[in-house]
Design a protein around this ligand. Structure first.
Ligand code: UN1
Length: 513
């Protein structure tokens, strides 16, 4: 870890002593099983974190519920000030945190920095929001009555995040939850535990500087068993979970069984439709970044290209040519485009998908391969692949978290492409490349894309934080980040006030005593 200034980065993030299995901060303690974090970049051990036991979880929940009592009554703009300071710290630590993300998760350093930038941006957004947690005022049907609504803090928010955005997705949730007056308990992915500890160290310092309890931001570690402690816990009114559809179904059922709320951001099977009126140069950039960026491990990664037959060969040749330029290797080396997959299990899934799509009749255009030799010692580096396929193939219907792009053909009008695009169980992100206004508007209309995100002339990945992020169908229906996504972190209360000496009943009901 000495190359690329990693040692310094780890120190700056307070991760020096993690190698012994110890960590700092009241909430990042643990005495359960050791979770070892190996870098997919070079296979080296970065550090170890201990899992949270049931007894420790209880302590964390006590710290959180106690902290909530004061935090919820602090004026929202003052809570915003804490989030502002957190954003400032992130600006200072952008480079070391970006490096750790890149080294522990395997995405390119540029994307690691981009992820920290998303954290900074959501902090800024939340600071502004802390003065804009508006409710509406209604006209009462009764004379001398006033009616309005207000938003109050909800309570302890449980956050379960995935390895692919090990820091930003936490920040989307916490920044909004904090200004809303909630406290958070976070279980990061057990594949990226050090990113979790690094973030906890940063917020713990901000809270300490302000004489606030660390219970406002709690960290727990472990696998799904630790997650279950939260999903089954009645003290947690909202569980926000990012990950696979399989995980989401388990979380949603457990939370629903106790009538809690869940915010789910699950799988995507995102497509770009390429019409005869597309700008092919832009299409190639958008599609290639979407398919190979983060080694195909974004929820928004482009998995399907649905191309009109009249431009099919041109698009196919351009994309295949572009793949020849791709440099695969250490993501901290900025000359490389594609880093490793998260672990060898992910490599096995990549291999399995390529095998099954061939069995179903897929035609390889760019062959996949697990890379070996110098620089590829971790065993996690794979070649991005392109396969000509059919939307009905089972393999195409599934989200494989790897750089495999399926090329699909359509003929006739854009409706046929939209039918293919919508013809999957997931509904996260979608895009159309076209300069034809009719096609673009059709795609965005009620008869168009059924996804939570629908773009024109940009790709499927790389959404800005200002919009609501999430998707429909088996993507889970949740919305995080911008727009009015904050509302899910608060409880709405309708208030009716009578300032007369009479007590008229609603709906004109007479009740004389
Ligand atoms: C995710 O993959 O879970 O839109 C989040 C994007 C990023 C966030 C992805 N801003 O690609």
């Amino acid at each position: 870890a000495s190359a690329f200034g990693l040692d310094t980065a780890l120190k700056q993030l307070g991760l020096k002593e993690i190698n012994d299995g110890t960590s700092t901060g009241i909430n990042s303690f643990g005495s359960g099983e050791l979770i070892t974090s190996y870098s997919p970049v070079d296979g080296e051990l970065i550090g170890k974190v201990k899992a949270t036991t049931k007894a420790e979880y209880e302590k964390v929940m006590q710290a959180a519920t106690t902290a909530f009592k004061d935090w919820k009554t602090m004026p929202a703009p003052q809570r915003g000030e804490i989030v502002r300071q957190f954003g400032e710290k992130l600006r200072e630590l952008k480079e070391p945190l970006g490096k750790l993300v890149s080294y522990e998760m395997g995405k390119s350093y540029q994307e690691g920095l981009g992820e920290v930038q998303e954290m900074i941006d959501i902090c800024d957004f939340a600071v502004g929001l802390s003065r804009q947690l508006h409710g509406l005022t209604m006209h009462s049907e009764r004379p001398g009555h006033r009616m309005y609504e207000q938003y109050h803090p909800l309570g302890v928010v449980g956050i379960i995040s995935a390895f692919n955005f090990p820091v930003a997705v936490w920040a989307w949730n916490t920044a909004l939850a904090w200004v809303s007056g909630d406290v958070c308990v976070w279980k990061p992915s057990e594949k990226t535990p050090l990113c979790g500890v690094a973030c906890q160290n940063i917020i713990a310092e901000v809270l300490k500087d302000n004489n606030l309890p660390e219970g406002i931001s709690c960290l727990i570690n472990g696998d799904y068993k630790v997650g279950e402690m939260m999903t089954n816990d009645k003290r947690i009114p909202l569980v926000s979970a990012t990950g696979s559809i399989r995980m989401g179904k388990i979380v949603a059922q457990a939370v629903a069984a106790r009538l809690g709320k869940s915010l789910l951001e699950l799988g995507g099977n995102n497509a770009i439709i390429v019409t005869p009126d597309a700008d092919i140069k832009m299409t190639v950039i958008g599609a290639v970044f979407g398919a190979v960026g983060t080694a195909g491990q974004r929820c928004t990664s482009t998995r399907r290209l649905i191309v009109h037959e009249s431009v099919y060969d041109q698009v196919k040749n351009s994309v295949v040519d572009a793949y020849k330029q791709l440099r695969i290797g250490n993501p901290l080396d900025e000359n490389n485009h594609v880093g490793p997959l998260i672990d060898t299990d992910a490599v096995a899934m990549y291999n399995a998908s390529l095998k099954s799509v061939l069995q179903e009749g897929g035609q390889i255009l760019v062959e996949g391969e697990v890379l070996k030799g110098d620089g590829y010692e971790s065993g996690c580096y794979v070649k991005p692949a392109i396969v000509e396929a059919d939307n009905s193939f089972e393999t195409v219907q599934e989200e494989t978290f790897a750089p495999i792009l399926y090329l699909l053909k359509y003929s006739g009008s854009v409706e046929n492409a939209i039918a293919q695009q919508n013809g999957v169980v997931q509904g996260l992100s979608s895009a159309i490349m076209t300069n034809n206004l009719r096609e673009a508007e059709r795609f965005l209309s009620a008869a168009g894309s059924d996804c939570g995100i629908a773009n024109v002339n940009i790709g499927t990945s790389g959404a800005e934080i200002g919009g609501a992020f999430g998707g429909e169908k088996e993507t889970g229906g949740g919305r995080e980040s911008g727009s009015d996504a904050w509302k899910v972190y608060m409880r709405r209360q309708t208030n009716t006030i009578n300032y007369t000496t009479e007590l008229p009943l609603a709906q004109g009901i007479k009740f004389d005593l």
